[in-house]
Design a protein around this ligand. Structure first.
Ligand code: CS2
Length: 509
């Protein structure tokens, strides 16, 4: 089979959408750090639509992989072209797939192979925006406070070798230094990761690192560059070999790394761009003065239910989130958690009807055409749980409100870390702090072994675990929180996930 490439574009079937502009005229206005599936199925799609509608072609994208050459190796032979497959079900419930070839990605650089090329690309005069999807752990931050983890191995390295950085933060700081030294204009740094106030967070981390390298540089960045906050939303699971084969077959040419996603797409961005920006609103983005309410909605009302379903599912041996939510007790549980415990913490969000949003989210997760692996969503819990679940719990405890369902979500995570239900095998914990988590669980078990009353022993296990302040902050010492979680971890271990959730739902009816 021939490869997808500029030469084979004209051979694609008519139903495949193609770039609606002249690729040869593109300039590289955007450098994107973390060129994984999410960016390619989200920002790059909006950017393509905006360039096609506006004719402003200054916004081609140079992708950067910080470590792995995989994406570059797959896309180089395709001159950066790749397919986005939108997978939904039609009105009769049959899977429906729409294919689009995205053209805005010019090339992919691999920082671990050639850091100079990456730094020079950001320090190029055409670059106006540096955007990021490096996932939560790519920010080298303390999960509870968001502060720079100065003891982190990557940060220690970047402080010692500021000219050859490894972390995304180090790359940004060094390349901004080159821009400043060369008298080039500042750029906008745009985080597109699922973090609270992601732009402000990125700004704080970049400045903290820059300050230690050169305070004058920190002042320049602070005065010149902008860091808009943004809410991003689209379910984009990891591409499978079956996706590759099906999509290549439909194209009639091989695409080595297409991206699959749902039709739903949201991007709410604060309009603070110091060096101009594409007309992304022409591709479906919304520009606002403050993205904070939307980010909160996203983390608490989209990501928290997804994580909860993933922990319930992964620890009871269910492979994908659409299958987890197809199980009625799990669906009713998550619906109730959203309605009774999360929605009241969200306040009023302009233009958003929370009941409609909840129903739509449940339908999005249930999409049978788009299986999202529970283990994929379950990974990196330490980096996700604080903003997805713990903030909501802390708000509710402050207001003296029940946390029955939310504490079960946290307990399900702990149950997952302990290996899940009896008989569920074959997974390992994928988390940058996995060793610390395992140590806490072992310490809790050792201390609990000294207690004869099973309820006291369980409480002790949970208290030792949640005393991990870098993760839980003060919440981890709150007796109401510890009691609520311990009640559930005990039943999860004794009865398993299904019975715990089912009996909770019956009990509350
Ligand atoms: C998911 C997200 O993997 C995960 O942690 O919760 O990738 C989620 O699908 C997206 O944020 C949806 O916008």
């Amino acid at each position: 089979m021939q490869r997808l490439s500029p030469e084979t574009l004209s051979t694609l079937p008519d139903h495949v959408k193609r770039p609606g502009y002249d690729r040869s005229q593109l300039k590289a206005g955007i450098v994107h750090l973390g060129i994984g599936a999410f960016h390619r199925g989200h920002q790059a799609v909006v950017n393509d639509a905006a360039m096609a509608s506006s004719g402003d072609l200054r916004w081609g994208i140079v992708g950067v992989s910080l470590r792995s050459p995989d994406t570059r190796d797959a896309l180089q032979a395709q001159s950066g072209l790749y397919t986005v497959s939108v997978l939904d079900v039609d009105e009769e419930g049959a899977p429906a797939e729409h294919l689009q070839v995205v053209g805005g990605l010019l090339k992919v650089l691999v920082a671990s192979e050639d850091i100079t090329a990456v730094l020079e690309q950001i320090a190029h005069e055409d670059t106006r925006i540096v955007s990021l999807t490096v996932t939560e752990k790519g920010y080298n931050r303390e999960p509870a406070t968001g502060a720079l983890r100065t003891g982190d191995a990557e940060i220690v390295h970047d402080l010692a070798h500021a000219n050859a950085p490894r972390s995304a933060l180090g790359v940004i700081v060094r390349s901004l230094d080159l821009r400043r030294q060369r008298g080039l204009p500042p750029v906008t740094l745009l985080s597109c990761d699922n973090l609270p106030s992601n732009g402000d967070t990125l700004r704080g981390l970049v400045l903290a690192l820059a300050e230690q390298i050169d305070p004058a540089l920190a002042s320049w960045i602070s005065a010149q560059c902008s860091f808009p906050n943004a809410m991003v939303d689209r379910i984009v699971p990891r591409t499978t070999d079956a996706d590759r084969a099906r999509i290549s077959e439909a194209l009639g040419v091989e695409d080595a790394w297409p991206v699959v996603g749902e039709s739903f797409l949201e991007w709410v961005v604060e309009d603070h761009f110091v060096a101009g920006r594409p007309d992304w609103h022409l591709g479906g983005a919304r520009f606002v003065e403050s993205a904070e309410p939307f980010e909160r909605l996203k983390l608490r009302f989209v990501n928290a239910p997804q994580s909860t379903l993933a922990y319930l599912g992964a620890s009871s041996g269910i492979e994908t989130n659409n299958k987890v939510i197809a199980h009625a007790p799990f669906r009713r549980f998550v619906d109730r958690m959203m309605r009774e415990e999360i929605a009241p913490t969200l306040g009023t969000i302009p233009g958003v009807d929370l009941d409609g949003f909840r129903a739509r989210l449940l339908a999005r997760v249930a999409n049978p055409a788009l299986p999202h692996r529970t283990q994929q969503v379950a990974m990196d819990g330490t980096q996700k749980i604080p903003q997805r679940l713990l903030g909501t719990i802390a708000d509710r405890l402050r207001a003296n409100q029940p946390i029955t369902c939310l504490s079960l979500a946290v307990a399900a995570w702990i149950h997952y870390l302990r290996g899940g239900d009896a008989g569920v095998t074959g997974y390992s914990i994928n988390d940058p702090l996995a060793a610390e988590l395992a140590q806490r669980i072992a310490d809790g078990d050792r201390q609990a072994a000294e207690l004869s009353n099973p309820a006291d022993a369980e409480r002790c296990r949970v208290a030792v675990f949640t005393a991990y302040t870098a993760l839980f902050g003060d919440l981890g010492r709150a007796p109401r929180f510890i009691d609520a979680v311990a009640r559930h971890t005990r039943t999860l271990r004794e009865l398993g996930v299904d019975e715990t959730v089912s009996s909770l739902m019956t009990e509350q009816e």
